[in-house]
Design a protein around this ligand. Structure first.
Ligand code: ZN
Length: 64
């Protein structure tokens, strides 16, 4: 089952900034530069360490 990405977002645990990627090539860095996000609603891409951010993305099952 594939998932449709509704919101592609994370929160940096270090600087607490919430960043959201809204487009395929919309790469966003948090304020402190520890983590980044990309992919918009196409794919979930993260840069940085798993322990450095909280996942805030929201996906729903895709009806095919
Ligand atoms: Zn940060």
């Amino acid at each position: 089952m594939r998932l449709k990405i509704i919101v592609n977002a994370i929160r940096c645990k270090n600087c607490l900034s919430v960043i959201e990627s809204v487009d395929h090539h919309d790469m966003k860095w948090c304020t402190c530069g520890k983590v980044a996000i990309d992919g918009g609603t196409q794919y979930l891409k993260r840069t940085g360490l798993l322990e450095d951010y909280d996942e805030l993305s929201y996906c729903v099952p895709l009806n095919e």
